[in-house]
Unconditional design. Sequence first.
Lengths: 270, 289
Amino acid sequence: MRIELRKAFSGWKFVVTFLILCIISAGSALYVITGSFRDVFHAGENPMLGVTSVYKYWMGNDWDSWFSSLYFFLFPIAAVMPAGLSLYKEKKTNYTAQMLIRENKNVYYLHKYLAAFISGGVIVCLPVILNIMVVASRFPFRTPDLNYDIYYKIQPFSFASGLFYTRPWLYLILRLAVIFLYAGLCAVLSTSVSFICRNRYIIVFTPQILFMAVNFCNMAFQIPYELSPIKFLGAGNTYIVASSVVFGEAALLIAVSLALFVFGRKRDVL
Amino acid sequence: MFCKILGYDIKRGILNSYKGHILTVLLSIFICISFACEYTRFYELKSAHYLDILFFAFAGSPKFVPGKDMPFVFPLFWATIFLLPLYLSSYYPFYDLIGYGKTILIQSGSRYKWWLSKTIWCILRIAAYFLTIYLVALVFCLVMGIPVKYSVTENAHSMVINSCYKADVYAPGEYALLGFNGQMGILFLLAPVVVLSVLSIIQMTISLLSTPVYGFLLSAVILVSSTYYLHPLFIGNYLMVLRSDRLFSGGVNDVSGSAISLILIVLVTAVNLMIFKKYDILANVFKDE
């Protein structure tokens, strides 16, 4: 497991992708911070203290800049970069065969999946935490005020909206956990696709194309809930984000990954 | 020799890549269904025209003004349509270089010919993608009894405008709705091919210098930033109907967009040829594999 994690976290792809994501998240933070300096001239009219909060300006709630949209649009590809292709490469170079005669098959695959999940979650979640830290250097962690609800873009009855106004720190942790979960699942899904596909680009782009297709269904069939993680993980959602959709879709991704793994393992001659 | 390489690329990278064509046809069917669902909420489907489907698909998003209590909603529907061809054209040159292309590159005796062939291939791949969308939309019209007319109806125009345009967000005369006669011009169909060809060629360069994924990321950054900034230099603006100067004052002009894109194609190709002349491309490709 330690070797798998070291492989995932030490490659140049991890470093480059992590840097790209950090630049985007820092861009979002700097955008809201410089914006707040411009707004200070109107502070005499209404300081709107309820709005000047990290909970309003962190990346997952920033609907004023394109950095947040870009970040959550690219996260499925970014999550795959550190370890999503690991199994594909090891199968191609026969490294897998070498490992399987030294180690239990199930343990080897379990470690592969865990490393993919953790590395995918970490690479996407860490820049978001960095963004929160930079935003917190300018804004306080002030509890959101329901009177300013139009500024928060948290729709009534949407995912954990009650927590947002009562225990916002818990809401923030929950949102981060969901981002981690989805990023991890993207990497896991790609690892599973490695069992049935030999094209590395299909492996890398499968989560992204899947989420874009889900968004297309939203549009084509006029479903009143936000279905695509690209939309509901960030702030650019136009429909209600239902908790059942958030967790149901995660469960579905796990089921699909598991099914691909079982199917792929049966076909595996090793 | 050049014609032989190009013919080989067209055969292997366009005619034989049936999976990519299936994906394009599926996407086109989805576009047509989306249009039909949206249009029939307000009007009779048979009152639509052929061009309405493409007008709806290429709508994009209106000009964004930060700090006006207007959320930036990323047009994912539009982005999917314009990112898919970039994805489809991303991996063939790379795969070719690690496969047969390596031998052809040596036997042709000219790096320029190989690279020029790949550049033309990129343009043809993008053209094939849009041709598929246009043809599927045409078949959809014939099946559903929609008149095949090259003009946008008043219904489709108001449907697209009313779905996202809010006049009170903009300063007077800043982004005002203009009188529209339904004519979009032939560049409406050609501009996406020319503009995306630029991105595809840039993407190919990045792909061969690093990996195709980073090339694709750069294209995504250019397209996403274009949805945020309405400026002639952000070439993604030329791909959005809602940024056109036919519809809004201060919009971008598709003639100048196509001209800028053509100049960029020539410039990028020239720069690429200079880089490719000396660059140890094979070592870099195998490092990634």
